[in-house]
Write a protein that binds this ligand. Structure first.
Ligand SMILES: Cc1ncc(COP(=O)(O)O)c(C=O)c1O
Length: 385
């Protein structure tokens, strides 16, 4: 008899190398914002490619906050954001006092629809916040054209897009600022943590100060220990050297991580192609390479209750799932209460929230898991729909 498998949606890949790296930091004198954090920044910048300035921070949300804040966006400004994203993408706009303006997404990729963006530009628009949805690159040609036409800043949320490329550039190096998240289920983890990235050295220099209280001199730069000045406002969003040491080990394995995700995604996509009434979000453009964060399958013409019944049956069969994201952001209580947007304006975002299931493709999958997930999905869809 087939033993029931237990396949988590995501699982951090922690090895002896990470454990030893953490112990080395603990045995040293500097626990935070020291040589490990700096080395991680340099190595991540090398990984992203020429022109990248990278700064470790305590989370993806912290990086987003720093991006809007240090771009000078604030009260009275509008920022166009996708309706279909993690709430952090939008909270960052809200936290600096600007107004988020929601754009619907494209139903084949889940990415912000550039035509919707173009329609939403007003004299108050200052920036476009894009999200490379589940690792699928946005149409950055179209986004940058709109930004150029109206002199808007572009913030790229690459939380799920480590390794994704557009026109052979790593995503995050096309707009003005970018962020990555190292939360445990992401491509690489530091526990909690994030990276701010930008191709603008001056913006990166401002963010570097703002993430550490706005002080003018780091620990190593002080002639007299304890002496520094504070010329600008800042906050504490630093990453500890303990976290950074984990990230450095993870980054060494990024090629293997991406290869495993790609192989799993492509194999699972082939299996799901034979299940009628389903559609897998993906991009089919030679200039866009995705990073296979998960496989999002949209069930056509089903109620949320039925989708949830499929989720529960998959989970009962040992297949871990998630939903990216549970509600279009304008439908979340905080945003509904504050802005009362017409929810009919985001039909594609609603379809993805209400009718999709995210399936695992990470390197934690074992031999036979993809075949098992494909067979379980096909059987459950037949039973439940
Ligand atoms: C698209 C997106 N942006 C931002 C974040 C926030 O990242 P963090 O949890 O590191 O703050 C997430 C988290 O999942 C995300 O999915």
């Amino acid at each position: 008899m087939n033993q029931l498998r237990q396949i988590p949606f995501g699982k951090p890949w922690i090895t002896t190398a990470e454990r030893e790296a953490v112990l080395r930091v603990l045995d040293g004198d500097i626990l935070t914002h020291g040589p490990q954090a700096r080395a991680f920044e340099e190595e991540f910048a090398t990984f992203m490619g020429a022109g990248a300035h990278c700064l470790t921070v305590s989370s993806g949300m912290a990086a987003l906050h720093l991006a809007y804040w240090q771009l000078g966006i604030g009260p009275g400004d509008e920022v166009i954001v996708p309706a279909q994203t993690h709430v952090a993408t939008v909270h960052a706009v809200e936290v600096v006092g600007a107004t988020p303006v929601f754009a619907d997404c494209d139903l084949t990729t889940g990415n912000i629809d550039p035509q919707a963006v173009a329609r939403l530009v007003t004299p108050r628009t200052r920036a476009i916040g894009v999200v490379h949805y589940n690792g699928i690159p946005c149409d950055m040609d179209a986004i940058m054209a709109i930004a150029g036409q109206h002199e808007l800043k572009v913030v790229e949320d690459c939380a799920l897009a480590v390794g994704a490329r557009f026109r052979d550039k790593h995503v995050g190096l096309i707009g003005d600022a970018a962020i990555f998240s190292f939360y445990p289920v992401k491509h690489i983890t530091t526990g909690d943590g994030g990276m701010f990235a930008s191709r603008h050295a001056d913006l990166a220099a401002k963010v570097s100060k703002a993430r550490a209280f706005g002080v003018d001199r780091s620990f190593g730069e002080r002639e007299v220990p304890g002496m520094y000045d504070v010329p600008t406002l800042g906050i504490n969003y630093r990453m500890s050297d303990i976290n950074a040491s984990i990230g450095r080990e993870q980054l060494k394995r990024i090629d293997a991580i991406l290869q495993a995700r790609r192989t799993n995604f492509e194999a699972l996509k082939r299996l799901l192609a034979r299940v009628p009434g389903t559609m897998v979000l993906d991009v089919d453009r030679p200039e866009a390479l995705q990073s296979w964060y998960c496989l999002t399958v949209v069930l056509e013409g089903v109620s949320t209750e039925r989708r949830n019944a499929v989720v529960k049956a998959l989970n009962a069969a040992g297949v871990g799932t998630s939903i990216y994201y549970p509600q279009p952001v304008p439908r979340l209580t905080y945003y509904r209460n504050k802005y009362n947007n017409d929810l009919a304006l985001y039909p594609n975002a609603a379809r993805i929230s209400d009718q999709s299931i995210a399936l695992p493709v990470g390197p934690h999958l074992q031999e036979g898991d993809i075949a098992y997930i494909g067979a379980a999905f096909e059987r459950i869809i037949k039973e439940k729909l």
